[in-house]
Design a protein around this ligand. Structure first.
Ligand SMILES: Nc1ncnc2c1ncn2[C@@H]1O[C@H](COP(=O)(O)OP(=O)(O)OP(=O)(O)O)[C@@H](O)[C@H]1O
Length: 421
């Protein structure tokens, strides 16, 4: 069995004021083709940077072929690992050929010259990636896709034993993307090159990879064969949306698709929601509810609150109170009128104080009248009312049938499951 090419042992890493990776452990064996997937900001690029020793772990260790990456000499590290970044930060006034030659710098002799063998490798890398015709052009004047192919050529010329690609094929047109993938697959099969591909294309990742690593909020949420990782329930939790997974009828490879058909069908809003928000706790939810085809009203919010701004931008009817004022009788009654038209009332992760407690009391009245009420979990941690009045009321409402929610995906599933008949 092949040895371990890349090993992460309980790695915690990040930037000066921000921890991103949190206890990440996995091993990629030599000759494996692995895709690293996960939502934006989940830590994929940071993981790649940690593997390349550009980010140093604050705990745990990273090994390349059994050697601690932080103690490897840069030239040895370059012979083991090549990273194709999302965007190559190369001097714009360098020619394509000069940049690709840069891939051989680590192996230059004492005289600092490239050997004929080096020149052959540079030329082959340019042929593989279809940039030979661009060899005399300035890097800065190339298109995004052309620049990505040059970056890949530079790493191929480096002849590393592991190649990591950070979304590096996303800008390529379909022909070049397929060609690059074919090159990677050939190198993987014929020369046991280990590949780690960061990709947002789950279908593509499933079709080319032996294994998928799924990142979520800086941790490894799943590690396994595509059919073990691409499970709708798991993807739903991680991506916070509904995804379908089916085998391709011709190739058998898994295909992951969003539920756009459902969205297109919803003409007039099937479910009208009233959202109790504030302090920015509603922005993402408003957007999501509107995109999913729900009717949305909101309030009572204070004018100038970021939720009030978001509601205005999304044309969501809102009841507003003066800035920095407690919710008054007139606004509360207007909100009651809106709630009377709703099929469900949602309380976000909004903090409660004496000024907005009335919003929770309106929700309580609605619950008593049979409206479905959804309360974001953890209200006790956001309760600034005297004697914890808000948490006590919320607990009482929960005992009388109010439902709790944490993620938007969970909330939307619950809203859809319980459509009014
Ligand atoms: N140089 C940096 N300094 C501080 N924080 C950073 C830095 N680079 C990234 N981050 C933060 O670290 C988190 C993880 O970012 P990272 O780029 O690793 O995610 P990703 O999964 O690659 O995202 P994407 O899919 O959007 O490329 C994000 O919250 C990001 O804002």
């Amino acid at each position: 069995m092949a040895g371990e090419a890349l090993t992460f042992r309980d790695v915690t890493a990040g930037y000066s004021h921000r921890r991103v990776l949190d206890g990440v452990s996995f091993a990629v064996r030599e000759g494996e083709f692995v895709s690293l997937i996960g939502p934006n900001g989940s830590g994929k690029s940071t993981l790649l940077k940690t593997a390349a020793a550009l980010v140093k772990p604050v705990a745990g260790s990273v090994e390349l072929f059994g050697q601690d990456v932080c103690t490897l000499r840069p030239s040895l590290r370059a012979s083991l690992l090549g990273v194709v970044p999302q965007k190559l930060d190369a001097p714009m006034a360098f020619s394509v050929a000069e940049i690709v030659m840069n891939g051989r710098v680590g192996s230059m002799g004492l005289l600092g010259r490239l050997s004929p063998h080096d020149h052959d490798l540079v030329e082959r890398a340019m042929i593989y990636t279809d940039v030979l015709d661009l060899r005399n052009r300035y890097f800065g004047e190339l298109s995004g896709g052309e620049q990505q192919r040059v970056a890949l050529a530079m790493v191929l010329a480096q002849e590393p034993r592991i190649i990591m690609l950070d979304e590096s094929i996303s800008h390529l047109d379909i022909n070049h993307r397929n060609e690059v993938l074919q090159i990677l697959l050939n190198l993987n099969r014929e020369q046991q090159l280990t590949i780690v591909l960061v990709s947002h294309d789950l279908t593509l990742s499933a079709s080319v990879s032996d294994r998928l690593l799924l990142m979520y909020e800086g941790r490894l949420a799943a590690d396994g064969a595509p059919h073990e990782v691409l499970r709708p329930d798991l993807l739903g939790r991680v991506y916070d949306c509904e995804l379908q997974v089916r085998p391709d009828p011709f190739t058998g490879s898994l295909q992951v698709t969003g539920n756009l058909e459902g969205r297109k069908m919803s003409g007039s809003p099937a479910i009208r929601t009233h959202v109790v928000a504030g302090g920015g706790s509603g922005i993402e939810l408003y957007r999501r509810l509107v995109l999913e085809g729900f009717g949305v009203t909101t309030g009572v919010l204070n004018q100038l609150d970021s939720d009030a701004e978001a509601a205005r931008a999304l044309s969501i009817p809102a009841v507003l109170e003066q800035p920095f004022s407690a919710v008054g009788q007139e606004a509360a009654d207007k909100a009651r009128g809106m709630v009377a038209e709703a099929d469900a009332l949602i309380i976000t992760h909004v903090p409660f104080g004496s000024g907005n407690l009335v919003n929770l009391q309106i929700a309580d009245e609605a619950l008593r009248q049979g409206l479905r009420v959804f309360i974001a979990r953890g209200l006790e941690d956001r309760d600034y009312t005297e004697y914890k009045a808000a948490s006590r009321l919320a607990a009482d409402m929960t005992a009388r049938g109010a439902l709790s929610w944490q993620t938007m995906h969970e909330l939307i599933m619950k809203l859809q499951q319980q459509q009014p008949t």
